[in-house]
Design a protein around this ligand. Sequence first.
Ligand code: ADP
Ligand code: MG
Length: 261
Amino acid sequence: MTQTPLSTPVPHPTTPPLAASARGLTKTYGRGDAQVHALRGVDLDLPAGRFTAVMGASGSGKSTLMHCLAGLDQPSAGSVSIAGTNLEALSDDALTRFRRDHVGFVFQAFNLLPMLTAGQNILLPHELAGRKVDADVRARYDEVSAILGITDRLGHRPGELSGGQQQRVAIARALVASPAIVFADEPTGNLDSDASAEVLGFLRRSVRELGQTVVMVTHELDAAAYADDVVVIADGAIRAHLVDPSAEQLVATLRPGGATR
Ligand SMILES: Nc1ncnc2c1ncn2[C@@H]1O[C@H](COP(=O)(O)OP(=O)(O)O)[C@@H](O)[C@H]1O
Ligand SMILES: [Mg+2]
């Protein structure tokens, strides 16, 4: 170890701002013999402006983690903060408003309303919140639609769009409010490989070009390869948080017994 002279100023660590963070996050379902420990004290920091994949076997707690981080589900213990706001300090109403303004969610099943056009679906959360679609919102809508490559599809209903296009509309809907973080739970789970690649490419563009923070659950290595960072979860605990891993590093970590913290 080298000794630092006392006169040398201690450099400030250059920690990026956090989009989300969890401490001691625990979720237990059921009681007694039927108890399931879905999350066992998860500590996690997700820096802003990154595309993070969450990987793990089926039943490892990925969806539970996403739902607790997004404030869609209440943890049994522990805390979550999004963009510096502690979720457990919020009342139910305040949490609903906070989620609406700062959190985006993309589901495997698109969840678009079939009777509305793509464009109407994208603006629906905004209108449900009783907000005017002013020039700023319109500009963001145009920008997000262009980045997701759906500008020429906005007048079509979901039934007239391919699966990949429908998911890109769902992503645009999540992005239009400029949320602090977007959670996507297996967003390509219902798509074939071509459509998956297309959606993942556009999702990555939203991180690169809009500075968006995206956290995506996937169990596919191909999908995780689009992400900057990879969080590996097993049996309700974080096994690894890889920053910019190489393909070899990722494969080695995912190999049974290979993950270390
Ligand atoms: N509502 C629930 N009630 C009881 N057990 C649940 C519930 N939701 C999830 N679980 C259990 O919690 C564990 C983690 O589930 P989940 O977070 O959905 O995993 P993943 O998304 O990684 O497949 C599993 O054992 C699952 O069966
Ligand atoms: Mg799941």
